[in-house]
Design a protein around this ligand. Structure first.
Ligand SMILES: Cc1cc2nc3c(=O)[nH]c(=O)nc-3n(C[C@H](O)[C@H](O)[C@H](O)COP(=O)(O)OP(=O)(O)OC[C@H]3O[C@@H](n4cnc5c(N)ncnc54)[C@H](O)[C@@H]3O)c2cc1C
Length: 472
């Protein structure tokens, strides 16, 4: 169950406000932060997710006047800890991927006094009709993922740079001479694995760039009490204005002007951290239009679909659950995870990536919850002891794909896109800077990538490289 957050050991920052009058362009009405223009640099940040808040916190601590404009009435973006009954749930990110000292999140959570609970539970495979597959078969299927990753260079050489992962999987199955049930199970496992990791149907994923993104060593872990504790700490002492969707950004060689529905802000620099989906939709008007190279990168990169369903039951689930890929008879796949070992609550998390997430988009919350609960019931009643999992007392279904200020869960590289597009998206243009997970060419689609991208742009503006120690 949720543990109350210990007091933040991150040093409380005195928000730096100058007192002097200002002149020139920056004296125009707009900022309503007292004395903002007394400093040579002022930064307006669009979006209060991890990227925006880490940039804002670092710059503020370095004495640069910073304001964050956030469209929603809450901060955190795709990090969103919410309540489901007594349970704290993370509707967006929940794992710290790779609990090694190299991961900047590990140091931040350590300083916050938030324990990272290692996620190390047995993994199963459950087929509707057949139940749990035997351990030896699950082990063999896991090995097929490693074998596929080892075969990537050969597959790329055979299929060329425009190939997709789905095509690569089919070629791999053929090269291995697999047929019948084994072929269909290995196909299922590979599709389920890559869809869950990259949030897109494997037919939409670039074979050339899959598994080329970076990772940190070590187990994954959950921040005990929720990821939102990171957001609270990053936002401490930062001027964040929620309910302020930015509609247009005017920029030039000497400054920027941002317009929301109710105010106009001027600054020497802006950092745009809105999700790739928002930029792709053209929801923010840029004047002048973004350079061609950036627009082309925006057109090539894609936003994936990855949704979460939380179910909270009124009594402990019996039977064998741990974590598993669920294979419905009708096709598709879902990842189910028993949250009992982590939260002490009778709760299950279902993750739908790629195709299954797209299918969920056409269903009502009630339908999704009922279908997921039925799956949990089949799983938990198939292994001894038999129990009744239905009905869940409460449930929560995310809709990141259709959410206005997101347009998807996280970015991925489809065939034709490459890390050069992520670099083009990240390139500053005049006084306009870009951060956010989709701008990181190594750690995209992650919280640590978002954090590092915010520090990268804050560093570019400040004039030196910044790291996690500039946040604490
Ligand atoms: C379901 C799900 C599960 C995930 N799981 C993990 C995980 O376990 N581990 C992990 O490392 N990563 C995970 N991720 C990815 C991770 O959450 C993101 O990569 C990261 O949080 C992105 O941060 P960001 O600052 O780049 O963007 P965001 O958090 O999206 O922040 C951008 C902000 O911009 C705001 N905005 C949009 N338009 C405007 C506008 N016009 N004006 C002002 N503000 C605007 C948005 O409201 C948002 O608050 C997950 C993501 C999802 C959706």
């Amino acid at each position: 169950m949720a543990r109350s957050r210990p007091p933040s050991p991150l040093p409380r920052r005195e928000f730096l406000r100058g007192a002097g009058a200002c002149a020139g362009l920056w004296a125009l009405p707009g900022w309503n932060v007292a004395g903002l223009f007394s400093r040579p640099k002022s930064v307006a940040i669009v979006g209060a997710g991890v990227a925006g808040l880490s940039a804002a916190r670092a710059l503020s601590r370095l004495g640069i006047d910073t304001v964050v404009l956030e469209a929603l009435d809450r901060i955190g973006g795709r990090v969103h800890t919410a309540a489901l009954g007594e349970l704290r749930i993370d509707r967006g990110a929940s794992w710290v991927h790779g609990m090694s000292p190299k991961n900047p999140l590990v140091e931040l959570f350590r300083r916050l006094g938030v324990r990272l609970v290692p996620d190390h539970v047995p993994f199963h495979l459950f087929e509707e009709g057949n139940g749990f597959l035997p351990k030896w078969e699950v082990k063999a299927l896991n090995k097929s993922v490693t074998a596929f990753i080892d075969a990537l260079p050969a597959l790329r050489a055979q299929l060329g740079p425009a190939a997709d992962v789905g095509g690569g999987i089919e070629r791999f199955l053929t090269l291995r001479g697999l047929s019948g049930t084994t072929r269909s199970r290995v196909r299922f496992m590979l599709n389920a694995f890559f869809e869950a990791w990259y949030a897109a149907p494997t037919r939409r994923l670039s074979l050339e760039w899959i598994w080329e993104d970076g990772s940190f060593p070590g187990l994954d872990g959950f921040p005990e009490g929720g990821y939102g504790q990171l957001i609270t700490a990053l936002a401490e002492g930062v001027d964040v204005r929620t309910g302020s969707p930015v509609q247009s950004i005017h920029y030039g060689p000497s400054g920027v002007r941002l317009e929301t529905s109710h105010e106009t802000l001027r600054a020497t620099h802006a950092i745009v951290t809105v999700p790739l989906g928002v930029l792709k939709q053209g929801a923010i008007h840029f004047d002048p239009p973004l350079p061609q190279a950036k627009q082309a990168a925006l057109d090539r990169l894609e936003m994936g679909s990855f949704e979460k369903v939380h179910l909270l039951f009124d009594h402990p689930l019996g039977g064998q659950m741990d974590e598993l890929f669920y294979r419905p008879r009708a096709g598709g796949r879902l990842f189910l995870k028993d949250l009992w070992p982590f939260s002490g609550a009778p709760a299950v998390l279902a993750l739908a990536g790629g195709e299954f997430a797209l299918r969920m988009a056409s269903q009502s919350d009630a339908e999704v919850l009922r279908e997921t609960a039925e799956m949990v019931q089949r799983v938990t009643s198939s292994g001894p002891p038999s129990i009744h999992a239905l009905p869940p007392v409460r449930g929560d279904v995310t809709r990141w794909r259709d959410a206005r200020f997101f347009g998807g869960s996280f970015s991925y590289l489809p065939p034709g896109a490459s890390p050069a597009d992520q670099q083009a998206l990240a390139a500053p243009h005049q006084r306009l800077h870009f951060a956010g997970e989709a701008t990181h060419d190594r750690y995209y689609a992650s919280v640590h990538g978002a954090l590092l991208s915010g520090l990268r742009e804050a560093g570019r503006i400040f004039g030196r490289d910044l790291d996690v120690h500039d946040l604490i």
